[in-house]
Ligand binder design. Sequence first.
Ligand code: NAP
Length: 257
Amino acid sequence: MTAPRDPGTVPTTDGRRVAVVTGASSGIGEATARALAADGYLVVVGARRLDRITALAEDIGGIGRALDVTDPDSIAAFVDGLDRVDVLVNNAGGAKGLAPVGEAVEDDWRWMWETNVIGTMRMTRALLPALEASGDGLIVTVTSIAALEPYDNGAGYTSAKHAQGVVHRTLRLELLGKPIRLTEVCPGMVETEFSVVRFDGDQEKAAAVYAGLTPLVAQDVAEVIAFAASRPPHVNLDQIVVKPRDQASARRNIKTG
Ligand code: NAP
């Protein structure tokens, strides 16, 4: 175990490339932070559950800071002093509820749009100058196959993920000519806390989503992100779709037929 760094101070990178991972307190974000740390990055991790973030930072010799991507003040405190940033992984996000548009719960929709879409915009805007100054920046945005395809009862999430994907793909156009690569990672079913959050803590309902098929695990997606980050500066992996073998589309898997 590497000694944790003081989260209050400006990091000394020791010449290491610096990666920022949002939503690193569980699932894909945590696994990505571990994968990038194993590849030699100094990883700065953020999420709202500071206890988990602090423990992770300690484990990987990184820097853990509280982060709520829906709160501009929290973002400002999180990025304060991060003078060097080579990689930004916009991972914080998720779904709330599963309801037809006719029964949409506005608070759930607001949560999904604030976190996935506006959170990605805010984090990217805050770190763009540092990413450009690095001379070889990379922005990875974890969208979803829900960013590519709608499904019944999922419009709150699929519309937010489509919008998040469009923000990311627009940046790809706007940043052409600058030393910043952009990779969108679109996972299918990954067994994380995602469904527990979607179903408001109902573990049984969440487990049923993955019963009867073999979903991806967080590390599967983390390895894809680490691979994208390991490519040379002239190679841009634009969009990567990664699904379990048991899932053909957002609407079809071996259970639905
Ligand atoms: P997860 O285990 O629930 O992780 C979500 C992470 O986002 C947590 O660390 C959570 O931390 C963080 N988060 C939520 N709201 C936040 C906020 N306001 N500010 C900062 N962090 C916040 O789910 P996951 O599957 O790893 O999800 C990661 C990303 O993958 C999400 O964008 C999700 O939409 C996407 N995705 C997931 C799947 C899947 O099947 N699991 C498929 C496609 C795409 P705190 O609660 O501690 O803040």
